[in-house]
Design a protein around this ligand. Structure first.
Ligand code: CA
Length: 235
């Protein structure tokens, strides 16, 4: 990585801010810090940062709300930082769009390793594949690959980057069972060793968008013990 990566450090404890800023700058990052949630949103702008480190317990605006607000603006990687003893709901973290989380106290080396892994996955997900078609349409979904737009029953819906990638992969393989391993490998990368619930959370969210009754899915079905399949629409 030639250029220095830009980090938005959202953290209210001064001792942490100072130590992290020094540590991260030494590791090749440029650090901008924000001591509360409102300041974070004032400083944040799409394309201004390469990654966000987000403390959960913050004055003025909670880390969860900051995470949601950033996600509405951008796909920038977000690592949530929680304090010791704070209950972290991994599924909730993923649902609000965090890429990973760490718990205080952590070692700088561990944090930097997580940051680099998240950045790598983000870069891979953003590299277009040579075989990408301009439009894939399998009822009820229409995907415009180049512009990353998704329509369900004619209505445009907003998808996050990973959701779009996952739905594209399922549509490209309509009628075929996609194993969990293949889906995780293709969407999150072979170096992903995180929670395997991540895939299920993403499938669940896609179902709420494409299924008429998400609890009885007929578009994206589960193949028990194997994976998922985007069903060929009946003629
Ligand atoms: Ca805090």
């Amino acid at each position: 990585m030639a250029d220095r990566l830009r980090v938005l450090l959202v953290e209210d404890e001064e001792s942490f801010i100072d130590a992290l800023t020094i540590g991260l700058e030494r590791e090749g990052f440029d650090v901008v810090s924000a001591a509360d949630g409102q300041l974070a949103m004032e400083k944040f702008a799409p394309d201004r940062f390469d990654i966000v480190l987000l403390d959960l317990m913050l004055p003025k605006m909670s880390g969860l709300d900051v995470c949601r607000a950033i996600r509405n603006l951008s796909d920038v990687p977000i690592i949530v930082v929680s304090a010791k003893g704070e209950e972290v709901d991994a599924v909730l973290m993923l649902e609000i769009g965090a890429d990973d989380y760490v718990t205080k106290p952590y070692r700088l080396r561990e944090l930097v390793a997580r940051m680099r892994a998240v950045l790598r996955r983000h870069e891979t997900a953003n590299t277009p594949t040579a075989t990408a078609m301009a439009v894939i349409e399998v009822n009820p979904v229409r995907l415009e690959i180049d512009t990353r737009r998704c329509f369900v029953r004619g209505e445009e819906i907003k998808l996050r980057k990973k959701e779009f990638a996952l739905l594209t992969l399922l549509l490209e393989n309509v009628g075929r069972v996609m194993t969990r391993e293949v889906l995780i490998d293709r969407i999150w990368g072979s170096d992903y060793h995180g929670d395997t619930k991540t895939l299920d959370v993403h499938i669940k969210r896609l179902r709420t968008l494409v299924e008429e009754s998400p609890k009885e899915p007929v578009v994206i079905t589960t193949v028990r013990g194997v994976g998922y399949r985007y069903e060929r629409p009946s003629a």
